[in-house]
Write a protein that binds this ligand. Structure first.
Ligand code: NAD
Ligand code: TYD
Length: 350
Protein backbone atom coordinates (compact mmCIF):
# COMPACT_ATOMS: atom_id res chain seq x y z
CA UNK A 1 0.00 0.00 0.00
CA UNK A 2 1.27 3.45 -0.98
CA UNK A 3 2.22 5.82 1.84
CA UNK A 4 -0.16 8.70 2.24
CA UNK A 5 0.04 12.03 4.03
CA UNK A 6 -3.51 12.80 5.03
CA UNK A 7 -4.66 16.11 6.45
CA UNK A 8 -7.77 15.54 8.58
CA UNK A 9 -9.44 18.79 9.66
CA UNK A 10 -11.64 18.91 12.76
CA UNK A 11 -10.06 15.72 14.10
CA UNK A 12 -10.48 16.79 17.73
CA UNK A 13 -14.26 16.98 17.33
CA UNK A 14 -16.88 14.26 17.59
CA UNK A 15 -16.80 12.50 14.20
CA UNK A 16 -13.26 13.64 13.37
CA UNK A 17 -11.78 11.96 16.44
CA UNK A 18 -13.30 8.61 15.41
CA UNK A 19 -11.97 9.02 11.87
CA UNK A 20 -8.49 9.95 13.12
CA UNK A 21 -8.37 6.95 15.50
CA UNK A 22 -9.56 4.53 12.82
CA UNK A 23 -6.98 5.66 10.24
CA UNK A 24 -4.07 5.97 12.71
CA UNK A 25 -4.65 2.41 13.96
CA UNK A 26 -5.51 0.84 10.60
CA UNK A 27 -2.79 2.38 8.41
CA UNK A 28 0.55 2.51 10.28
CA UNK A 29 2.35 3.45 7.04
CA UNK A 30 0.21 6.59 6.53
CA UNK A 31 0.99 9.87 8.20
CA UNK A 32 -2.15 11.39 9.74
CA UNK A 33 -2.14 15.14 10.48
CA UNK A 34 -5.02 16.34 12.64
CA UNK A 35 -5.58 20.05 12.08
CA UNK A 36 -7.94 21.68 14.56
CA UNK A 37 -8.25 25.08 16.20
CA UNK A 38 -9.94 23.57 19.27
CA UNK A 39 -13.18 25.53 19.49
CA UNK A 40 -15.60 24.68 22.32
CA UNK A 41 -16.36 21.47 20.35
CA UNK A 42 -12.75 20.34 19.88
CA UNK A 43 -11.14 18.32 22.64
CA UNK A 44 -7.79 16.54 22.53
CA UNK A 45 -8.99 14.31 25.39
CA UNK A 46 -10.91 12.51 22.61
CA UNK A 47 -7.59 11.24 21.22
CA UNK A 48 -5.57 10.47 24.36
CA UNK A 49 -5.14 6.81 23.37
CA UNK A 50 -3.40 7.56 20.05
CA UNK A 51 -1.69 10.90 20.68
CA UNK A 52 1.76 9.30 20.90
CA UNK A 53 1.43 7.12 17.80
CA UNK A 54 4.37 7.48 15.37
CA UNK A 55 2.08 8.12 12.41
CA UNK A 56 0.08 10.92 14.11
CA UNK A 57 0.66 14.67 14.49
CA UNK A 58 -1.56 17.41 15.83
CA UNK A 59 -1.49 20.84 14.15
CA UNK A 60 -3.27 23.60 16.05
CA UNK A 61 -4.54 25.90 13.31
CA UNK A 62 -7.64 27.77 12.22
CA UNK A 63 -8.91 27.02 8.71
CA UNK A 64 -9.92 30.69 8.54
CA UNK A 65 -6.22 31.60 8.57
CA UNK A 66 -5.46 31.29 4.84
CA UNK A 67 -1.75 32.13 5.17
CA UNK A 68 -1.15 29.51 7.84
CA UNK A 69 -3.03 26.86 5.85
CA UNK A 70 -0.81 27.59 2.81
CA UNK A 71 2.33 27.37 4.95
CA UNK A 72 1.24 24.03 6.44
CA UNK A 73 0.50 22.59 2.98
CA UNK A 74 3.92 23.66 1.71
CA UNK A 75 5.67 22.32 4.79
CA UNK A 76 3.99 18.92 5.03
CA UNK A 77 3.04 18.24 1.37
CA UNK A 78 -0.29 16.57 2.18
CA UNK A 79 -1.55 14.40 -0.67
CA UNK A 80 -5.11 14.06 0.63
CA UNK A 81 -7.55 16.03 2.75
CA UNK A 82 -10.48 14.69 4.75
CA UNK A 83 -12.30 17.87 5.71
CA UNK A 84 -14.54 17.70 8.77
CA UNK A 85 -13.79 21.00 10.57
CA UNK A 86 -16.98 23.01 10.82
CA UNK A 87 -19.36 24.84 13.05
CA UNK A 88 -21.89 22.04 13.40
CA UNK A 89 -24.81 22.98 15.66
CA UNK A 90 -28.06 24.27 14.10
CA UNK A 91 -29.15 26.22 17.21
CA UNK A 92 -25.84 28.11 17.33
CA UNK A 93 -26.21 28.89 13.61
CA UNK A 94 -29.53 30.58 14.37
CA UNK A 95 -27.97 32.92 16.93
CA UNK A 96 -24.67 33.52 15.07
CA UNK A 97 -24.99 32.71 11.34
CA UNK A 98 -21.89 34.65 10.29
CA UNK A 99 -19.59 32.37 12.29
CA UNK A 100 -20.93 29.52 10.14
CA UNK A 101 -20.25 31.35 6.87
CA UNK A 102 -16.72 32.11 8.03
CA UNK A 103 -15.67 28.61 9.05
CA UNK A 104 -17.86 26.46 6.83
CA UNK A 105 -17.65 28.46 3.59
CA UNK A 106 -14.52 30.64 3.81
CA UNK A 107 -12.57 28.04 5.81
CA UNK A 108 -13.39 25.41 3.18
CA UNK A 109 -12.33 27.85 0.43
CA UNK A 110 -8.98 28.36 2.16
CA UNK A 111 -8.39 24.60 2.17
CA UNK A 112 -9.49 24.27 -1.47
CA UNK A 113 -7.13 27.07 -2.52
CA UNK A 114 -4.19 25.58 -0.66
CA UNK A 115 -4.87 22.11 -2.09
CA UNK A 116 -5.20 23.51 -5.61
CA UNK A 117 -2.03 25.57 -5.34
CA UNK A 118 -0.02 22.54 -4.18
CA UNK A 119 -1.55 19.89 -6.41
CA UNK A 120 -2.32 21.71 -9.69
CA UNK A 121 0.76 20.43 -11.54
CA UNK A 122 -0.11 16.82 -10.81
CA UNK A 123 -3.54 15.77 -9.58
CA UNK A 124 -2.63 12.07 -9.65
CA UNK A 125 -3.28 10.30 -6.32
CA UNK A 126 -4.57 13.51 -4.77
CA UNK A 127 -7.99 13.74 -3.11
CA UNK A 128 -10.05 16.41 -1.38
CA UNK A 129 -12.72 14.50 0.56
CA UNK A 130 -15.38 16.84 1.92
CA UNK A 131 -17.65 15.65 4.73
CA UNK A 132 -21.17 17.05 4.51
CA UNK A 133 -24.63 16.50 5.88
CA UNK A 134 -28.07 15.36 4.73
CA UNK A 135 -29.41 18.71 6.00
CA UNK A 136 -28.36 20.39 2.72
CA UNK A 137 -31.33 18.64 1.05
CA UNK A 138 -33.82 20.49 3.25
CA UNK A 139 -36.83 18.70 4.66
CA UNK A 140 -39.00 15.74 3.64
CA UNK A 141 -42.74 15.15 4.04
CA UNK A 142 -44.10 11.90 5.48
CA UNK A 143 -42.56 9.79 2.72
CA UNK A 144 -39.55 9.72 0.41
CA UNK A 145 -35.79 9.62 0.93
CA UNK A 146 -32.88 11.92 0.07
CA UNK A 147 -30.80 10.50 -2.79
CA UNK A 148 -27.56 11.85 -4.25
CA UNK A 149 -29.58 13.65 -6.93
CA UNK A 150 -32.07 15.37 -4.61
CA UNK A 151 -31.86 19.15 -5.19
CA UNK A 152 -30.23 21.18 -2.43
CA UNK A 153 -32.81 23.16 -0.44
CA UNK A 154 -31.23 24.16 2.90
CA UNK A 155 -33.37 25.82 5.57
CA UNK A 156 -31.03 26.69 8.47
CA UNK A 157 -27.96 28.91 8.43
CA UNK A 158 -25.97 25.75 9.30
CA UNK A 159 -27.28 23.75 6.34
CA UNK A 160 -27.00 26.78 4.03
CA UNK A 161 -23.33 27.17 4.96
CA UNK A 162 -22.67 23.45 4.44
CA UNK A 163 -24.50 23.59 1.08
CA UNK A 164 -22.32 26.57 0.12
CA UNK A 165 -19.17 24.65 0.96
CA UNK A 166 -20.36 21.58 -1.00
CA UNK A 167 -21.00 23.77 -4.05
CA UNK A 168 -17.51 25.25 -3.89
CA UNK A 169 -15.93 21.80 -3.65
CA UNK A 170 -17.85 20.70 -6.76
CA UNK A 171 -17.01 23.97 -8.53
CA UNK A 172 -13.28 23.46 -7.88
CA UNK A 173 -13.63 19.99 -9.37
CA UNK A 174 -15.40 21.24 -12.50
CA UNK A 175 -13.42 24.45 -13.00
CA UNK A 176 -9.91 23.51 -11.96
CA UNK A 177 -10.02 19.72 -12.06
CA UNK A 178 -9.44 19.30 -8.32
CA UNK A 179 -10.15 15.63 -7.50
CA UNK A 180 -12.89 15.50 -4.87
CA UNK A 181 -15.43 13.24 -3.20
CA UNK A 182 -18.34 14.45 -1.05
CA UNK A 183 -20.40 12.41 1.37
CA UNK A 184 -23.62 13.57 2.99
CA UNK A 185 -24.48 11.80 6.22
CA UNK A 186 -27.48 11.67 8.52
CA UNK A 187 -27.46 12.45 12.28
CA UNK A 188 -24.57 10.77 14.09
CA UNK A 189 -24.58 9.66 17.72
CA UNK A 190 -22.03 7.91 19.91
CA UNK A 191 -19.14 8.53 22.33
CA UNK A 192 -17.45 11.97 22.43
CA UNK A 193 -20.36 14.01 21.04
CA UNK A 194 -20.58 17.45 22.61
CA UNK A 195 -23.66 17.64 24.89
CA UNK A 196 -25.45 20.33 22.89
CA UNK A 197 -26.84 17.78 20.40
CA UNK A 198 -29.99 15.88 21.31
CA UNK A 199 -28.71 12.51 22.57
CA UNK A 200 -25.72 13.56 24.76
CA UNK A 201 -27.60 16.64 26.02
CA UNK A 202 -30.49 14.47 27.18
CA UNK A 203 -28.19 11.81 28.70
CA UNK A 204 -26.43 14.53 30.70
CA UNK A 205 -29.72 16.11 31.79
CA UNK A 206 -31.16 12.76 32.89
CA UNK A 207 -28.04 12.03 34.96
CA UNK A 208 -28.42 15.46 36.59
CA UNK A 209 -32.24 15.21 36.86
CA UNK A 210 -32.68 18.32 34.71
CA UNK A 211 -35.58 19.03 32.35
CA UNK A 212 -35.47 17.44 28.88
CA UNK A 213 -36.35 20.32 26.50
CA UNK A 214 -38.31 18.84 23.57
CA UNK A 215 -38.73 21.36 20.75
CA UNK A 216 -42.29 21.86 19.44
CA UNK A 217 -44.47 18.75 19.45
CA UNK A 218 -41.48 16.36 19.37
CA UNK A 219 -42.77 14.80 16.15
CA UNK A 220 -39.69 15.63 14.10
CA UNK A 221 -37.91 12.73 12.45
CA UNK A 222 -34.20 12.08 12.09
CA UNK A 223 -32.23 9.13 10.69
CA UNK A 224 -29.57 8.13 13.25
CA UNK A 225 -26.20 6.49 12.54
CA UNK A 226 -23.61 5.25 15.05
CA UNK A 227 -20.49 7.39 14.66
CA UNK A 228 -18.09 4.44 14.22
CA UNK A 229 -20.16 3.24 11.28
CA UNK A 230 -19.82 6.71 9.74
CA UNK A 231 -16.04 6.57 10.26
CA UNK A 232 -15.95 3.17 8.49
CA UNK A 233 -17.96 4.60 5.59
CA UNK A 234 -15.54 7.54 5.31
CA UNK A 235 -12.56 5.14 5.25
CA UNK A 236 -14.24 3.15 2.48
CA UNK A 237 -15.30 6.15 0.36
CA UNK A 238 -11.83 7.70 0.81
CA UNK A 239 -10.11 4.56 -0.53
CA UNK A 240 -12.65 3.14 -2.97
CA UNK A 241 -14.95 6.03 -3.90
CA UNK A 242 -15.04 7.43 -7.44
CA UNK A 243 -13.61 10.90 -7.99
CA UNK A 244 -16.32 13.58 -8.44
CA UNK A 245 -18.96 11.35 -6.86
CA UNK A 246 -21.27 12.01 -3.93
CA UNK A 247 -22.25 9.29 -1.46
CA UNK A 248 -25.21 9.48 0.90
CA UNK A 249 -24.55 7.74 4.22
CA UNK A 250 -27.36 6.87 6.63
CA UNK A 251 -28.53 4.40 9.21
CA UNK A 252 -31.79 3.20 7.58
CA UNK A 253 -32.99 4.14 11.05
CA UNK A 254 -35.68 6.80 11.37
CA UNK A 255 -36.97 7.91 14.75
CA UNK A 256 -39.44 10.56 15.79
CA UNK A 257 -37.70 12.62 18.49
CA UNK A 258 -40.27 11.81 21.15
CA UNK A 259 -40.03 8.02 20.56
CA UNK A 260 -36.24 8.17 20.71
CA UNK A 261 -36.42 10.22 23.93
CA UNK A 262 -38.84 7.70 25.50
CA UNK A 263 -36.46 4.85 24.65
CA UNK A 264 -33.51 6.80 26.07
CA UNK A 265 -35.47 7.46 29.27
CA UNK A 266 -36.35 3.76 29.66
CA UNK A 267 -32.73 2.62 29.25
CA UNK A 268 -31.43 5.36 31.55
CA UNK A 269 -33.91 4.41 34.31
CA UNK A 270 -32.52 0.85 34.23
CA UNK A 271 -28.84 1.90 34.07
CA UNK A 272 -29.24 4.40 36.93
CA UNK A 273 -31.41 2.04 39.04
CA UNK A 274 -34.23 4.56 39.05
CA UNK A 275 -37.95 3.75 39.06
CA UNK A 276 -39.52 3.07 35.67
CA UNK A 277 -40.89 6.38 34.36
CA UNK A 278 -38.66 8.65 36.47
CA UNK A 279 -36.62 10.02 33.55
CA UNK A 280 -39.68 10.50 31.31
CA UNK A 281 -41.11 12.83 33.97
CA UNK A 282 -38.32 15.26 33.04
CA UNK A 283 -39.71 15.68 29.48
CA UNK A 284 -40.72 19.32 28.99
CA UNK A 285 -42.13 20.68 25.74
CA UNK A 286 -40.50 24.01 24.89
CA UNK A 287 -40.69 26.62 22.13
CA UNK A 288 -39.90 25.16 18.71
CA UNK A 289 -36.67 25.81 16.83
CA UNK A 290 -37.26 28.38 14.04
CA UNK A 291 -37.18 26.79 10.57
CA UNK A 292 -37.15 23.31 12.18
CA UNK A 293 -36.83 20.67 9.44
CA UNK A 294 -39.65 18.12 9.80
CA UNK A 295 -37.98 14.98 8.55
CA UNK A 296 -34.61 13.75 7.28
CA UNK A 297 -34.17 10.29 5.77
CA UNK A 298 -31.29 9.03 3.68
CA UNK A 299 -31.27 6.52 0.86
CA UNK A 300 -27.85 4.95 1.39
CA UNK A 301 -28.24 2.33 -1.33
CA UNK A 302 -25.52 3.79 -3.61
CA UNK A 303 -22.69 3.38 -1.07
CA UNK A 304 -24.17 0.02 -0.14
CA UNK A 305 -24.27 -1.29 -3.73
CA UNK A 306 -21.11 0.34 -5.09
CA UNK A 307 -18.79 0.12 -2.08
CA UNK A 308 -20.44 -2.59 0.03
CA UNK A 309 -20.96 -0.42 3.13
CA UNK A 310 -23.75 -0.93 5.63
CA UNK A 311 -24.20 -0.02 9.31
CA UNK A 312 -22.76 -2.64 11.68
CA UNK A 313 -24.78 -1.99 14.83
CA UNK A 314 -28.51 -1.68 15.45
CA UNK A 315 -29.79 1.53 17.01
CA UNK A 316 -30.56 -0.24 20.29
CA UNK A 317 -26.96 -1.58 20.48
CA UNK A 318 -25.44 1.76 19.51
CA UNK A 319 -27.56 3.71 21.96
CA UNK A 320 -26.64 1.35 24.79
CA UNK A 321 -22.91 1.66 23.95
CA UNK A 322 -23.31 5.45 23.86
CA UNK A 323 -25.09 5.66 27.21
CA UNK A 324 -22.48 3.36 28.81
CA UNK A 325 -19.69 5.56 27.46
CA UNK A 326 -21.19 8.73 28.96
CA UNK A 327 -21.81 7.03 32.29
CA UNK A 328 -18.22 5.73 32.36
CA UNK A 329 -16.72 9.06 31.31
CA UNK A 330 -18.11 11.43 33.92
CA UNK A 331 -14.86 13.43 34.02
CA UNK A 332 -14.98 14.06 30.26
CA UNK A 333 -18.57 15.23 30.60
CA UNK A 334 -17.78 17.43 33.61
CA UNK A 335 -14.84 19.05 31.80
CA UNK A 336 -16.80 19.90 28.67
CA UNK A 337 -19.83 21.18 30.59
CA UNK A 338 -17.92 23.55 32.85
CA UNK A 339 -17.37 27.25 32.08
CA UNK A 340 -18.67 28.45 28.72
CA UNK A 341 -21.15 25.56 28.42
CA UNK A 342 -23.29 26.98 31.24
CA UNK A 343 -23.45 30.36 29.48
CA UNK A 344 -24.57 28.67 26.25
CA UNK A 345 -27.13 26.54 28.10
CA UNK A 346 -28.70 29.49 29.92
CA UNK A 347 -28.92 31.52 26.72
CA UNK A 348 -30.44 28.66 24.70
CA UNK A 349 -32.89 27.20 27.21
CA UNK A 350 -33.74 29.85 29.84
P1 NAD B 1 -18.01 18.94 16.03
O1 NAD B 1 -18.64 20.27 16.24
O2 NAD B 1 -18.07 17.91 17.09
O3 NAD B 1 -16.45 19.13 15.69
C1 NAD B 1 -15.99 20.13 14.82
C2 NAD B 1 -14.47 20.21 14.99
O4 NAD B 1 -14.00 21.21 14.09
C3 NAD B 1 -14.01 20.63 16.40
O5 NAD B 1 -12.93 19.85 16.81
C4 NAD B 1 -13.61 22.09 16.22
O6 NAD B 1 -12.59 22.50 17.12
C5 NAD B 1 -13.11 22.07 14.77
N1 NAD B 1 -13.19 23.40 14.17
C6 NAD B 1 -14.26 24.24 14.16
N2 NAD B 1 -13.95 25.40 13.55
C7 NAD B 1 -12.66 25.26 13.14
C8 NAD B 1 -11.76 26.13 12.45
N3 NAD B 1 -12.15 27.35 12.07
N4 NAD B 1 -10.52 25.69 12.17
C9 NAD B 1 -10.12 24.45 12.57
N5 NAD B 1 -10.91 23.62 13.25
C10 NAD B 1 -12.17 24.01 13.53
O7 NAD B 1 -18.63 18.40 14.66
P2 NAD B 1 -19.00 16.92 14.21
O8 NAD B 1 -20.35 16.61 14.68
O9 NAD B 1 -17.88 16.02 14.53
O10 NAD B 1 -19.09 17.12 12.64
C11 NAD B 1 -17.93 16.99 11.82
C12 NAD B 1 -18.32 17.23 10.36
O11 NAD B 1 -19.32 16.29 9.97
C13 NAD B 1 -18.90 18.61 10.10
O12 NAD B 1 -18.42 19.06 8.86
C14 NAD B 1 -20.39 18.38 10.06
O13 NAD B 1 -21.03 19.33 9.24
C15 NAD B 1 -20.45 16.99 9.46
N6 NAD B 1 -21.63 16.18 9.83
C16 NAD B 1 -21.99 16.04 11.14
C17 NAD B 1 -23.08 15.24 11.47
C18 NAD B 1 -23.51 15.02 12.91
O14 NAD B 1 -24.54 14.42 13.15
N7 NAD B 1 -22.74 15.43 13.88
C19 NAD B 1 -23.81 14.61 10.46
C20 NAD B 1 -23.39 14.77 9.13
C21 NAD B 1 -22.31 15.56 8.83
P1 TYD C 1 -29.75 18.00 16.94
O1 TYD C 1 -29.08 16.95 17.75
O2 TYD C 1 -29.49 19.44 17.25
O3 TYD C 1 -29.43 17.68 15.41
P2 TYD C 1 -30.05 18.33 14.05
O4 TYD C 1 -30.82 19.54 14.39
O5 TYD C 1 -28.80 18.66 13.29
O6 TYD C 1 -30.87 17.25 13.43
O7 TYD C 1 -31.32 17.79 17.05
C1 TYD C 1 -31.94 16.55 16.70
C2 TYD C 1 -33.45 16.74 16.82
O8 TYD C 1 -33.76 16.96 18.21
C3 TYD C 1 -33.97 17.96 16.08
O9 TYD C 1 -35.25 17.66 15.55
C4 TYD C 1 -34.10 19.03 17.16
C5 TYD C 1 -34.44 18.22 18.40
N1 TYD C 1 -33.95 18.80 19.69
C6 TYD C 1 -34.85 19.01 20.75
O10 TYD C 1 -36.04 18.70 20.65
N2 TYD C 1 -34.34 19.56 21.89
C7 TYD C 1 -33.05 19.93 22.04
O11 TYD C 1 -32.67 20.45 23.12
C8 TYD C 1 -32.15 19.69 20.96
C9 TYD C 1 -30.70 20.07 21.06
C10 TYD C 1 -32.65 19.12 19.79
Amino acid sequence: MRNKKILITGGAGFIGSHVVRLLVNKYPNYKIYNLDTLTYAGNLENLKDIERADNYSFLKADINDADLIHILFKEHQFDSVIHLAAESHVDRSISDPLAFVKTNVIGTMNLLNAALENWKDNFQNKLFYHISTDEVYGTLGETGLFTETTAYDPNSPYSASKAGSDHFVRAYGETYGLPYIISNCSNNYGPNQFPEKLIPLFINNIVNKKELPVYGDGKYTRDWLFVKDHAEAIDLAFHKGEIKETYNIGGFNEWQNIDLIQLLCEIMDKKLNRNEGDSAKLITYVKDRPGHDKRYAIDASKINKELGWKPSVTFEEGLEKTIDWYLENEVWLKNVTSGKYQEYYDKQYN
